[in-house]
Design a protein around this ligand. Structure first.
Ligand code: SME
Length: 163
C-alpha cells in the first residue's frame, strides 16, 4: 500500500542529532523492504534532505569486482569505477571511510561533477565484505568532518543486509 512520507530534519539540529534522525528515518523507510534499489533510492533522497551543502549523494555498488553507479541525487556520474581508483575505489578496496577535505589534493580523484570540492565515502558491508559505498560530494572545501564520517558510518551499518 502506498503511504505518504514526510521525513524532514527539524530546524537547528546539532550534527549528531541530525544524523540520529537521518538513521532513524532510513530505518523506518527500509523496514520490511528487501529491494536494494528501492532502499538505496530512498536513502539517497533522505541524505539530500538531511545533509546540507551537497551537490551529489548516492551509492556505488560492488558488481563483479568493480563499483557500478547506483541510485543517487545529483548530476549524471561516471558509471564504473575500478577498485583502488578515485575516492570511491579507495574506500571499496580498503573497506575504510575516506574523508577528503579537498578532492584536488587526493591522488586519482575522479571528477564526475566539476563543482565537487570535498567528499566523504563510506563502505557498506555484507557478510564481512564491501557490497557498496555511500558517496557524498560537496561544492565547498572541507564540508565534512569526523562527525559526518561517524554519522554516515552509522547509516551504512543500518543498511547492512538491506541493500
Ligand atoms: N569523485 C568520486 C567519483 C564519483 S562522483 O563523485 C559521483 C571518486 O573519486 O571516486
Amino acid at each position: 500500500m502506498d503511504r505518504m512520507f514526510d521525513f524532514k530534519p527539524d530546524a537547528d539540529l546539532s550534527k549528531a542529532e541530525r544524523y540520529r534522525q537521518l538513521v532513524q528515518a532510513a530505518e523506518a523507510l527500509i523496514a520490511g523492504e528487501n529491494d536494494a534499489v528501492a532502499n538505496m533510492a530512498n536513502v539517497a533522497a533522505l541524505m539530500s534532505e538531511y545533509i546540507p551543502d551537497l551537490n551529489w549523494a548516492g551509492f556505488y555498488r560492488v558488481v563483479e569486482g568493480s563499483l557500478v553507479l547506483g541510485p543517487f541525487i545529483g548530476r549524471p556520474a561516471c558509471i564504473r569505477i575500478p577498485f583502488g581508483q578515485g575516492v570511491c575505489g579507495a574506500a571499496a578496496q580498503s573497506g575504510k571511510t575516506q574523508l577528503v577535505k579537498d578532492v584536488h589534493a587526493f591522488p586519482g580523484h575522479i571528477a564526475c561533477d566539476a563543482a565537487s570540492q570535498s567528499e566523504l565515502v563510506v563502505p557498506v558491508m555484507r557478510n564481512g565484505e564491501v557490497c557498496a559505498v555511500i558517496d557524498l560530494d560537496s561544492p565547498n572545501l572541507a564540508t565534512f568532518d569526523e562527525e559526518d564520517a561517524r554519522g554516515i558510518e552509522l547509516l551504512a551499518k543500518a543498511l547492512e543486509g538491506s541493500i
